[in-house]
Design a protein around this ligand. Sequence first.
Ligand SMILES: Cc1cc2nc3c(=O)[nH]c(=O)nc-3n(C[C@H](O)[C@H](O)[C@H](O)COP(=O)(O)OP(=O)(O)OC[C@H]3O[C@@H](n4cnc5c(N)ncnc54)[C@H](O)[C@@H]3O)c2cc1C
Length: 380
Amino acid sequence: MTVRDSCDVLIIGGGPAGLSTAMHLQRLAPDLQVRVLEKAHHPRPKLCGGGLTALAKQGLARLALPWPLPLPHVPVYTVHFRYSDDEVLLRNPEGVFAVVHRPEFDAYLAAEARRRDVRLEEGVAVQRLWPEGGGWRVETTQGVWHPRVIVAADGSRGTTRNWVISRRHHAVARLLEAVTPSDGALAQAETAIFDFSAVRQGLQGYLWTFPSQVDAAFHCNRGVYDARVARRAPKARLVPLLKAAFPDFPAPEGYPLHLFSPFQRLARPGMLLVGDAAGADPLFGEGIGPALAYGEIAAQSIVAAFRRRDFRFRDYRPRVLVSPLGRYLIRRWMAAWVGYRLARYPVPMRIIWSIAHGLAALSNYATARREQTHANSSHQ
Ligand SMILES: Cc1cc2nc3c(=O)[nH]c(=O)nc-3n(C[C@H](O)[C@H](O)[C@H](O)COP(=O)(O)OP(=O)(O)OC[C@H]3O[C@@H](n4cnc5c(N)ncnc54)[C@H](O)[C@@H]3O)c2cc1C
């Protein structure tokens, strides 16, 4: 097998997590030899709702990338959270989130990374790896690499994280999705819907309807998220749930989502996990914002490791847990762990729903106050 150059850091996967790690490394330590290996070619297909929240917006700002993004996206100013015939409304005139088409978004990140001299090799798949001589031996479809440090950014279907995470903490959500052409009514209303009604049928999650734009045409991105945090509970039947809610739903595509747990390991000597390999938000299945944020923390840990010549990465998990990302994920993990366990019982669900009403009212009030203050100060 061809032996390729050895490098300091080999990033496996060129999605948001891998590209964010590479761009932060390029900024913090341009002298490090970093390679990103991506098995596909951008723009590659990626099943995803494409919802970019405030966390993703912050992640893009930390990468000095502009907002609004210079690519097609649909802003969402009002979100409807539904349970049976009741509804909680969340409004934000600055946008609750924005919806992008993932293949375009990831291709944009890849182009930005290249523009900043990140060495991204597309069409190269990692096949096997193991520790060797104080670093790693990595066999790919195009030769062997000998990096000092590996960043596992190969997503929910990747296997690199098996070197770090025990099966006990391996929580994986189920998602089904379809993107269909639409008349654009939802996009023009700048609205998205999260419907939790199916928790009564054992769903540990929701059905979503997002407006989206693909090839400059309006589309509708719909799907179902089942966190499966209560692993012993009976599994909801996802396709019948989708068909009942959306009679015109075509054959959906499925994808797993590896979820964050505060108890799992995030590193081992010579290897760190980022993005889905480390774990996405268990409450909503949000992973793009977390992927961007993991990348920055991983880059800081790697720079510190090369400075100290200590590659055990004992600091990485504590760094993640005390960071804004860690606090965000811990809150979401707690809400999912308690909420989805109780949600199938009517009385606890009513209590949870009342809390949701209260939180949305507080958030809408705070937003309105901010708007008012802003309007007053611009009049003065
Ligand atoms: C149906 C669905 C809807 C979702 N909706 C949303 C949403 O609306 N908002 C949100 O924030 N999150 C959403 N998510 C989650 C989000 O898609 C992920 O959290 C996000 O993609 C994580 O980024 P990543 O870089 O870790 O992984 P990925 O984006 O999966 O990237 C991993 C990359 O690694 C590459 N790779 C894999 N194996 C190898 C290998 N052996 N060698 C080389 N390369 C390899 C892959 O080709 C891929 O490009 C959704 C997920 C699903 C499944």
